[in-house]
Write a protein that binds this ligand. Structure first.
Ligand SMILES: Cc1cc2nc3c(=O)[nH]c(=O)nc-3n(C[C@H](O)[C@H](O)[C@H](O)COP(=O)(O)OP(=O)(O)OC[C@H]3O[C@@H](n4cnc5c(N)ncnc54)[C@H](O)[C@@H]3O)c2cc1C
Length: 425
């Protein structure tokens, strides 16, 4: 016999857990289902951007303290960009920062830990019914919503609203919501865990290395707790296919190359190299329909430039939960009403995703990338401006405007006074 419940969430990764938690703090019960037991691994770079603590703090200002105490993540203070020209650009996330771990702008934490932390937060809430080890493989549209059923047929639920948070391989997203994978808007990546890698920045800056041979895409090295490192390589899927790149072999090749071998001289790989897909948010998609919403990777919301998806998964989960509150009040779960989800995703996330896509396209041109990064590397004022862009989205919009770069180029060649960050509008 099936259980009747208004809201069912499939997938308890960042998108699903965030949906359930946001609902819970709005005093709305939900059923949260995941096929895995936790802790479980998720192939990822493990970098948690500032968006995540900002959003989670809205639920409970003590939440990140619990995370830090329980899992001791690495506190991250900036990014090191290595463009093809090798002119290093170091961008702190905060201008003139003072390193205080409690106030870190970002973290690196194995997903095994971070996702377990979210599950522990879920377990603290009485109004979330959590089912782990529960694989949902069937769904049936009904008059009032959906009936969903587990693979073994032992459990089923009737719901008014189905929130799909089942990640990049969501069958519901592909088959029911018709969100097929488009290789031009999708990336493939491999990840390996190492211990003993050397040469990190003293304040744990994460490293993105843009290599000629693997463009558009990058090789990353992120510091992890306990002297480990998350090392990986990602590229757009159409190019992986066209150039027949074997990402696992490519990763080994990069690590053994003269550029990196010294840093890996005493390093040891502690886990086999694993690969997974990244559904990028560079293509506009409709993420709602009669009685359902697609969140996180199931809604293809990964940043096409940085590969960051945890923040958008959490954000889309919050947006889904806040709309669900209105659905319950108005007793409306139809496609027309749920369009409000796409409207809010457009306002909150799409502009940023489009911006990243344009930057991803710019970075396909090596000469242009080298020119722009050359200008940046030589001008501390521009570096300061870019730091401010990390937290100031309006400022970040300037980055894709040719006039912005023209002004900087002219400033560098002495034809204009040095650029004052606050004067670039
Ligand atoms: C190699 C790689 C590196 C990355 N690096 C970063 C990074 O450094 N920083 C960053 O922010 N993002 C990164 N990303 C993206 C990030 O991993 C995802 O965007 C993020 O995990 C999305 O969260 P989610 O909750 O939507 O999906 P997931 O985290 O995939 O969670 C989906 C959940 O659904 C469950 N599930 C699936 N099917 C079913 C089913 N049928 N029934 C029940 N449960 C089901 C799964 O068990 C899983 O727990 C990376 C991705 C890859 C592949």
């Amino acid at each position: 016999m099936s259980t009747v419940t208004p809201i069912v969430i499939i997938g308890a990764g960042p998108a699903g857990a965030a949906t359930a938690l946001r609902l819970s703090y709005l005093n709305i019960p939900s059923v949260l289902i995941d096929k895995s037991d936790f802790p479980r691994d998720k192939i990822c770079g493990d970098a948690i951007s500032g968006k995540v603590p900002t959003l989670l703090n809205r639920l409970d200002p003590a939440i990140m303290d619990r995370f830090r105490k329980r899992f001791s993540p690495i506190d991250v203070w900036g990014i090191r960009f290595f463009p093809p020209s090798k002119k290093l650009i170091e961008l702190p996330f905060k201008v003139g920062y003072e390193r205080v771990p409690d106030a870190a702008p970002g973290y690196v934490s194995k997903r095994e830990d971070f996702d377990m932390f979210l599950i522990e937060e879920v377990r603290r809430r009485e109004n979330i019914e959590l089912h782990l080890n529960t694989n949902v493989t069937k769904w049936q549209k009904t008059d009032g919503g959906y009936t969903i059923e587990t693979k073994d047929g032992k459990k089923s639920w009737d719901c008014r609203l189905l929130v799909d948070a089942a990640g990049a391989h969501s069958r519901f997203s592909r088959k029911e919501a018709k969100q097929e994978v488009d290789h031009d808007h999708h990336a493939a990546a491999v990840r390996a865990y190492y211990k003993g890698v050397t040469g990190f920045h003293k304040d744990n800056f994460i490293e993105l290395h843009f290599l000629d041979k693997y463009n558009p895409g990058y090789f990353w090295i992120f510091p992890l707790p306990n002297g480990q490192a998350n090392v990986g390589l990602g590229m757009r899927s159409d190019i992986v296919k066209r150039k027949q790149v074997n990402l696992r072999e490519a990763l080994d090749e990069i690590i053994a190359s003269p550029e990196f071998c010294e840093r890996f001289a005493d390093a040891e790989q502690v886990d086999p190299t694993k690969g997974y897909g990244l559904p990028l948010g560079s293509k506009d998609r409709v993420l709602s329909g009669d009685n359902y919403l697609l969140t996180g990777d199931a809604g293809h919301l990964i940043d096409p430039l940085t590969g960051e998806g945890i923040g958008n998964a959490v954000y889309s989960g919050f947006i889904a939960a806040e709309l669900a509150e209105n659905c319950l009040k108005e007793n409306r779960f139809d496609a027309e009403y749920l369009k409000a989800y796409d409207v809010r995703i457009e306002r909150v996330l799409r502009t940023e995703l489009r911006l990243s896509y344009r930057m991803q396209q710019i970075m396909q041109h090596k000469w242009l990338t080298n020119l722009l990064t050359g200008i940046v590397a030589a001008n501390p004022k521009i570096i300061e401006l870019l730091c401010r862009m990390y937290t100031d989205f309006e400022l970040r919009k300037q980055l894709v405007k040719p006039t912005f770069w023209w002004k900087l180029f002219r400033a560098k060649s002495g034809k204009m006074p040095a650029v004052n960050p606050s004067s670039v509008k």
